[in-house]
Design a binder for this molecule. Structure first.
Ligand SMILES: [Mg+2]
Length: 371
């Protein structure tokens, strides 16, 4: 029947759900004594001498100016009395699975994009009003079952939905109908486009581009000349053109982390320490997921928009942290030639889901906690 109803099938309705300060919220849900306090999840601050960064922080900590990806030492200066906790990734993965199970129960195509984010293609609901109602129901259900709040954005494409979920955090619900996409995007800073960081933002500023509307109005040829072909996609997004599909995935396909340097660097020491942190982080997730991997990929973004990756596929599956780390450094060497680096990333993929994989998580505690 749908074949004869083109208007209905051509209207896409995508939801993007993002848990609010996920790691910190899980910790606060698990430990009532720290609720309502500034909670910072990340590296050990070691009385202000610690290295590493803030992973997530509670909204109470944000009130002190603390942000994700900020050096932990800076977070300590801003709020030494905050509660600093190391990430308990296996616990967050467990809660994440519960969130995804709730989302799956509605029967839409679902794409999990990170531990606390997912897209749903709810086009078959047929209207944005119905999508709004479903979003309200999802938010209520997650809060009732897990004690956690989330923000949802709805729009005719993935990027708009993602920007919308971030629009009114925490506990937000922002619905952007097709006719309102341009007006919604235009006044927002370009930084709101996923993938545009501090650096790209300042390069766009140099061209006088501050808002997404400025970007949409800018000559595409000039953008391509300045930034390369990647600018086409960026320009389309600014115009509200986004046809990428919500892709159902069969379990976890990869585990990755990346970090953008505060200032572009070619300092081998800084780059090496950062690589270590990324490799350790991703390895921890691998172990928490009871997986073994075969393919390792290092990604480097240089000054400007140029990004390169190097990958290696091992002859055997591994979950050995030393092998993973040394391989990461070997790949990194092939990508560093003294040029300044803006971003460093590391990814593990090609997982072994053999018989050794433990699929049952210890859930007695969870049941007590949430019942
Ligand atoms: Mg989140």
């Amino acid at each position: 029947m749908e074949l004869y109803c083109p208007q209905r099938t051509s209207q896409r309705i995508i939801l993007h759900l993002d848990m609010d300060s996920f790691y910190a919220s899980v910790e606060m849900q698990d430990r009532p004594e720290i609720r309502g306090k500034p909670v910072v999840i990340g590296a050990d601050p070691k009385n202000g001498k610690g290295r590493g960064v803030v992973s997530t922080c509670s909204y109470e900590a944000r009130a002190f100016g603390i942000r994700s990806a900020m050096p932990i030492s800076q977070a300590y200066i801003l709020c030494p009395q905050a509660i600093f906790l190391p990430p308990d990734i296996s616990r967050y993965i467990q809660v994440s699975a519960e969130v995804i199970a709730i989302l799956r129960s509605y029967g839409f195509v679902l794409q999990q994009v990170s531990i606390d984010e997912a897209f749903l293609d709810v086009s078959r609901l047929g209207s944005f009003t119905a999508a709004r109602e479903l979003s309200v129901t999802i938010k209520k259900t997650i809060l009732a079952r897990l004690g956690l709040s989330c923000s949802i954005g709805a729009g005719p494409g993935k990027v708009v939905a993602k920007i919308a979920s971030d629009f009114n955090k925490p506990d937000g619900l922002t619905v952007v109908e097709p006719d309102d996409v341009k007006a919604f995007l235009a006044p927002l800073p370009v930084r709101k486009i996923p993938g545009i960081g501090k650096k790209s933002e300042s390069e766009l500023f140099e061209l006088g581009i501050r808002t997404i509307g400025d970007l949409a109005a800018y000559d595409i040829q000039a953008l391509v000349a300045r930034f390369g072909q990647g600018a086409v996609c960026l320009h389309d997004i600014a115009l509200g053109i986004d046809t990428s599909e919500v892709e159902e995935r069969d379990g976890i396909k990869s585990l990755s982390r990346e970090t953008t340097f505060d200032t572009d660097t070619s300092d081998p020491q800084v780059i090496s320490v950062t690589m270590d942190t990324l490799a350790e982080d991703v390895h921890r997730s691998l172990v928490a997921e009871n997986l073994r991997c075969k393919t390792l990929t290092v990604k480097v973004r240089y000054q400007g928009f140029v990004t390169k990756t190097k990958a290696r596929t091992l002859s055997h599956f591994t979950d050995d942290g030393r092998i993973i780390k040394s391989c990461a450094h070997t790949l990194l060497l092939e990508l560093t030639d003294g040029k300044k680096i803006r971003l460093l990333g590391f990814r593990l993929s090609s997982f072994d889901k053999g018989v050794t994989r433990q699929t049952t998580l210890p859930c007695d505690q969870t049941q007590n906690r949430f019942s």
